[in-house]
Design a protein around this ligand. Structure first.
Ligand code: GDP
Ligand code: CA
Length: 315
């Protein structure tokens, strides 16, 4: 079986671990969000790709969900001693090595897709990890505060401001000129099923779907999504702040409508959301908390079962 999964960070990475356990023989291609990528201290940082790579490769800080296990922060402290900004983004010493190597390979001219493959040679995540695009795109957020109305990088809004200032607009800068990374459209075309894990529907999945060609390719496939919203609230994180910014209610129903029935064929919701419904979509209610490896594997298995029960859509 060939599975394609779109992926943001923590939610997706945990789900993917369950998917690997549920389908050990499947060929899994993960298309990762790179809209969150940022250049810090001259280094290119790809938080979502790294979260997936470290989680599936066994190097993640489990409690935190991002960053390396057994991390130290000497470099960060030394940079701060020089007064270097920003100091609000947590980069540990081990993590720095990843960004140094990535940046070196990028400046040597290798595209991000090849650089990611080189990094995965070490981590062996057990999936093929592709960035959504080799072109540089960045999610920017328009806010108004004491410094006036301005656009800031997504990470500044998310990490420094903890999404406490309302987003007036969220835009993926560079999306129109970007093309899918090599292998992305082929993997979607050849997939038996496309899974949307519980990732942020605006700044993770929504971002990937904005790369020209990707949404159209996914729409042709059997697609099952796992709701990231349970009982009207995100399970963790601040997805509600992103949904509010684009005028969408924080509910499993509204996220399904946002994705739409052209994209989604099957939608897993939590038991408290069992009344969710949309024409052309098969909705199934079941426990959706990824609170143990077994529970997560069962959610992934349910997504695959639902996909298998859907009428085949000819790619
Ligand atoms: P990502 O970068 O988009 O993957 O962002 P996060 O990992 O921060 O959040 C992903 C989304 O998944 C958030 O909207 C969470 O509410 C949701 N999420 C996190 N944990 C769970 C879970 O155990 N079950 C479900 N259904 N959703 C979850
Ligand atoms: Ca993310």
């Amino acid at each position: 079986m060939r599975i394609v999964s779109l992926a943001g960070g923590i939610g997706a990475a945990r789900f993917l671990r369950g998917l690997k356990a549920a389908a050990p023989d499947a060929e899994i291609t993960v298309i990762g969000n790179t809209g969150d990528d940022i250049t810090l201290f001259g280094l290119r940082v790809c938080p979502d790709l790294d979260t997936v790579m470290y989680t599936l490769g066994g190097g993640i800080n489990e409690e935190q969900g991002w960053g390396r296990a057994g991390e130290a922060f000497t470099v960060k402290e030394e940079l701060a001693a020089y007064g270097m900004e920003p100091q609000w983004f947590g980069l540990g010493d081990r993590d720095f090595a990843t960004h140094i190597l990535r940046s070196q390979l990028l400046s040597a001219g290798y595209p991000l897709s090849q650089v990611t493959e080189a990094l995965c040679d070490r981590w062996r995540p057990g999936v093929r990890l592709l960035p959504m695009s080799d072109d540089r795109t960045e999610t920017h957020v328009v806010i108004s505060d004491g410094d006036g109305r301005r656009a800031i990088h997504f990470q500044e809004w998310w990490v420094r401001l903890r999404a406490s200032v309302p987003a007036e607009q969220i835009a993926l800068v560079g999306a129109d000129e970007a093309t899918p990374a090599p292998g992305v459209l082929d993997a979607i075309r050849d997939a038996d099923v496309v899974i949307l894990p519980p990732s942020n529907p605006v700044v993770s999945i929504g971002t990937i779907l904005q790369i020209p060609g990707i949404r159209e390719a996914v729409e042709r496939k059997t697609v099952v999504g796992v709701s990231p919203i349970i009982g009207g609230a995100p399970v963790r994180g601040m997805a509600d702040a992103c949904l509010t910014a684009i005028g969408v209610e924080t509910s499993a129903q509204a996220v399904l409508e946002l994705y739409g029935s052209r994209l989604i064929d099957g939608w897993l919701v939590a038991e408290e959301d069992k009344d969710v419904a949309l024409d052309g979509v098969v909705v199934e209610a079941r426990p959706l908390l990824m609170d143990s490896p077994e529970a997560t594997r069962e959610i992934a298995a349910a997504a695959l079962r639902l996909a298998g029960a859907l009428p085949e859509i000819d790619g």
